[in-house]
Design a protein around this ligand. Structure first.
Ligand code: NAI
Ligand code: AKG
Length: 444
């Protein structure tokens, strides 16, 4: 272990105890930028390493709301405003019982690098609550969103912090959150993204993350003399990101052989069809149902895609650390050709190291899933200019942004054993942009 790695670990242990996910995300980046840091004395002189690990601020608040039985419920809400040197804080809101400060710090930290890679002026942040929407009625979810916004609205503004959705915060929840913001402030403005295009949202935002993953995947495959057409693709998750990644894979002539949710995995031996996709869209995104109730495919309770089927492309699109070393070993033995992350940090540290050792093209989330936040950036531009762009315009801009992100990931790194180290390239690119801005600003 180098002195820099030791210092990083020591700082994290002292200043961020009980934050495993955050340590994992920071160490992954800092391992990759260690030699860059050593070479650039001004980064050391300005103590960029420690400053970049520290969120600008963490806002934590009580969220009280009334359930359908008239009982008062209490949850914890947060907004982590991580770093705004490249623009207003930007990043989603997650509602899930597993949400805590470590998870939000890791997501906020990742978001800073991801947003830097888009080339748009956006800083990084993330928020959420430990609220479990499972089993809650629509009205309970509405009341929770209103209670969450009741506190959040003090901290957000179009040029300060612009949240969006993440797990269990889709267009329905953004509608409730935005509606309450309007009620509290009387200001119709671009303070949230992921809104319905009916009231200021961007066409194509819902599709953007999943579509962007596939645009990135196609470029990555092409750079390694592979193509997507005809490949068998394993996808985890069945939310916004997973479903739109699946839709684009089908359009590109690949076979999507799995989708999953927290209950298990749905397998399509001959590939998911467009009609089956439509019915899953209704089940998961409109009715907020469970895959076990799907009309098509074979459901395998409590199983993950990775050890259940044999595919050559993996697109984890559910949640962090969903692929462990054992699952990764299994996929590699089964002839994995490429992996792109729709989810944020879906590989455990061991699984990631094994994948990198095996020289398989690997698109890290901060690059591959950046299409969502990029279109959020386009939504902000539309709101600021009081314009609405067409789906074609937005989709072609998304395509261009993903091509640029792919280029940025490989411009500072050489192929190793024939494969581009995208993850290292993404970390170096993001670190440089953030660090150079921090140096320019002096001590802030
Ligand atoms: N929505 C967006 O624009 C972006 C989302 N992401 C990431 O993509 C991932 C998915 O997010 P969304 O699709 O927006 O959320 P979503 O709420 O629409 O869907 C999440 C899906 O993952 C499944 N899931 C959750 N925990 C699971 C588990 N332990 N095992 C298996 N499945 C599980 C859920 O059942 C659901 O189907 C998250 O990691 C999120 O941070 C990344 C970039 C942008
Ligand atoms: O659209 C956004 O602002 C944030 C999307 C997000 O949360 C993410 O990229 O992980």
């Amino acid at each position: 272990m180098t002195a820099f790695q030791e210092q990083t670990r020591d700082y994290l242990k002292r200043h961020h105890p009980n934050s495993d996910e955050f340590h994992q995300a920071v160490r992954e980046v800092y391992d990759d930028i260690a030699s860059l840091y050593r070479k650039h004395r001004h980064y050391r002189d300005w103590n960029i390493a420690e400053r970049m690990m520290e969120p600008d601020r963490i806002i934590r608040f009580r969220v009280c709301w009334e359930d359908d039985k008239g009982r008062v419920q209490v949850n914890r809400g947060w907004r982590v405003q991580f770093n705004n040197v490249l623009g207003a804080y930007k990043g989603g809101i997650r509602f899930h019982p597993s949400v805590n400060e470590s998870v939000l710090k890791f997501l906020g930290f990742e978001q800073c690098f991801k947003n830097a890679l888009t080339g748009l002026p956006m800083g990084g942040g993330k928020g959420g609550a430990d609220f479990d929407p499972k089993g809650r009625s629509e009205r309970e979810i509405m009341r929770f969103c209103q209670a969450y916004m009741q506190e959040l609205f003090h901290h957000i503004e179009p040029q300060v912090d612009v949240p969006a959705g993440d797990i269990h915060v889709g267009s329905r929840e953004i509608g409730y959150l935005y509606g309450h913001y309007l009620k509290l402030t009387h200001r119709w403005e671009g303070v949230l993204t992921g809104k319905s295009p009916n009231f200021g949202g961007s066409c194509g935002r819902t599709e953007a993350t999943g579509f962007g993953v596939v645009y990135f995947l196609k470029d990555m495959l092409e750079a390694h003399d592979h193509e997507l057409e005809g490949k068998r693709v394993m996808i985890s998750g069945a939310g916004t990101v997973a479903l739109y990644a699946a839709k684009k894979c089908i359009a590109e002539g690949a076979s999507v052989i799995t989708l999953s949710d927290s209950g298990g995995t749905l397998v399509f031996r001959d590939g998911l069809t467009e009609e089956e996709w439509d019915s899953l869209y209704r089940l998961k995104l409109e009715d907020h149902g469970e895959l076990r109730d799907a009309e098509h495919g074979t459901f395998h309770q409590s199983r993950q895609p990775w050890t259940l089927v044999k595919g050559t492309i993996a697109l984890p699109c559910a949640t962090e650390n969903e692929i462990d070393d054992k699952a990764m070993k299994h996929m590699l033995e089964n002839g994995l050709v490429a992996l792109c992350e729709g989810a944020n940090m879906p590989l455990t540290r061991d699984a990631r190291e094994r994948l990198l050792r095996d020289n398989i093209p690997y698109g890290p989330g901060k690059a591959a899933n950046a299409g969502g936040v990029a279109v959020s950036g386009l939504e902000r531009s539309q709101n600021a200019a009081l314009q609405s762009w067409s789906l074609n315009t937005v989709d072609s801009l998304l395509g261009e942004i993903m091509v640029d992100i792919h280029k940025r990931c490989i411009e500072n790194v050489d192929r190793q054993n024939g494969v581009y180290p995208y993850s290292k390239g993404a970390n170096i690119y993001g670190f440089r942009r953030l660090a150079d801005a921090m140096v320019s600003y002096g001590i802030k």
